[in-house]
Design a protein around this ligand. Structure first.
Ligand code: AMP
Ligand code: MG
Length: 425
């Protein structure tokens, strides 16, 4: 039996030569996708010097002597609105100014021109013509060069790196890309995940009346619902009974359809019907590990299938929580590796109550995390057995206990993971 860290090292080595390719996807379809290569902006944003305020574009130099006792008076030559073109403004000189609206281009392109600052409308006395048009203004204080001016390239410089590989795209990334006109983005192809349930006792969850010994397949809908939260494209291949022949047929269908990662539930323990390992070997798979010193989910298995496609197989035990832990702590890290994302970092919290644990096994326990004004506290919930789904409903996090010890001690700092990973920044 290997440790969890050893299992992760095996997964890392496997993922290294199975990195997913990059594809260019329209911006509005990239939410949640992982950036595959560095993205640079071709343009400066803002693209032109423009006003940050509704007010008047003035020459900062002309305002230097302005004070409450000696206001400076400037003649208003006209009005510039957002959307107006940057044009030459005849007669623009230090002692003149323009009425200007937020987002409107500075006269003569700002930096190059004579007028290089904006005074807010609230900060001046405006003298108006009979038709309401401003004719002149009086200023009572000096302005610094570029005061209230958004300078060209102040937000994004031309050629600047916008996204690094591994960034997971959130709405704000789409905003940045849109402002730069990046209509398509290079993202990692979604991993294709294929699910297969095993077990003679399984019947569809739509079954009303169970025969003695039957149970409803509860993990299949879970996997299909949860898979996309890990960025995967998911497809389910139904249920096979405890028959290696049926299993192998279904395995071939999954590989033929181009699955990257195959997830089987059940039949990886030491029971009479636990045929997955042997059947995979029969199909030419290399078993990279079988059994990891964890709870729940100890009998888990990882295998690599030969070409074509070289998919990998995670055999997770059939108990619902073993399946959930397999997805969260083995398959999810592996998918991140395939996408070139960094390993997920745990949160840290103080254990609020002592929790018994098996010696020598790393434990992934259903937990309740409380983030308050003081340090975060976490409690391992009652009802940790791997068949118990009810306690998962109470959980809002996972707490991880290291291998050593028979008890996780109250007050110690422990690793905590959210039920699903949060987006990478
Ligand atoms: P196994 O890993 O095949 O030995 O199964 C372990 C336990 O999980 C048994 O009690 C199974 O009946 C149960 N089980 C297996 N597959 C599922 C499933 N898809 N949904 C719910 N329970 C399952
Ligand atoms: Mg079984």
């Amino acid at each position: 039996m290997i440790t969890y860290s050893e299992a992760l090292a095996i997964l890392t080595a496997s993922a290294r030569d199975r990195r997913l390719p990059v594809e260019w996807v329209p911006l509005d379809q990239t939410l949640g996708r992982v950036v595959g290569q560095e993205v640079r902006g071709a343009e400066a944003i803002p693209g032109f010097d423009n006003s940050a305020m509704d007010g008047f574009a003035v020459s900062s130099e002309a305002t230097q002597m302005a004070s409450a006792e000696h206001p400076v008076r400037l003649r208003v030559l006209g009005t510039i609105m957002a959307g107006d073109r940057i044009t030459e403004r005849p007669g623009t000189r230090r002692e003149n100014c323009f009425e200007i609206m937020t987002g409107a281009p500075m006269p003569e392109g700002g930096r190059a021109g004579a007028l290089n600052a904006v005074v807010k409308i609230e900060d001046v006395v405006v003298h108006r013509a009979s038709d309401g048009r401003p004719e002149s203004i009086e200023l009572k204080r000096a302005l610094k060069p570029f005061e209230n001016v958004r300078e060209r390239g102040e937000d994004f410089a031309e050629g600047q790196t916008i996204f690094r590989p591994g960034t997971q795209l959130a709405p704000e990334h789409l905003m940045a890309a849109a402002s730069l006109g990046l209509a398509k983005l290079p993202v990692i192809r979604r991993p294709r995940l294929a699910f297969l349930s095993t077990g003679d006792e399984l019947v569809p969850y739509t079954t009303r009346e169970l025969e003695p010994g039957q149970i409803r397949n509860s993990t299949a809908p879970y996997l299909v619902a949860a898979g996309p939260r890990f960025g995967a494209e998911c497809r389910t291949y139904g249920v096979v009974g405890d028959s290696p022949e049926d299993f192998l047929k279904r395995l071939h269908a999954m590989t033929d359809d181009g699955a990257d990662v195959i997830v089987t539930t059940g039949a990886v323990s030491m029971g009479k019907c636990d045929f997955i390992k042997e059947a995979l070997e029969h199909a030419g798979a290399l078993i990279r590990y079988h059994k990891v010193a964890i709870r729940p989910g100890k009998p888990g298995l990882f295998a690599e299938l030969p070409s074509p496609g070289r998919p990998v197989v995670f055999g997770v035990p059939g108990n619902p929580i073993s399946t959930v832990v397999g997805l969260r702590f083995f398959i999810s890290p592996y998918l991140r590796m395939l996408a070139g994302q960094p390993a997920e970092l745990p949160l840290r919290a103080r254990l609020a109550a002592p929790a018994p644990k098996p010696e020598g096994l790393r434990c992934f326990f259903k937990a309740r995390l409380e983030c308050g004004p003081e340090a975060s506290k976490v409690t391992a919930l009652h009802g940790q057995p791997s068949f118990m789904v009810s306690s998962l409903l109470e959980a809002n996090a996972w707490v991880v206990f290291p291998e050593a010890g028979r008890e996780a001690v109250e007050g110690t700092e422990v690793d905590v993971y959210p039920i699903f990973p949060t987006e990478d920044r």
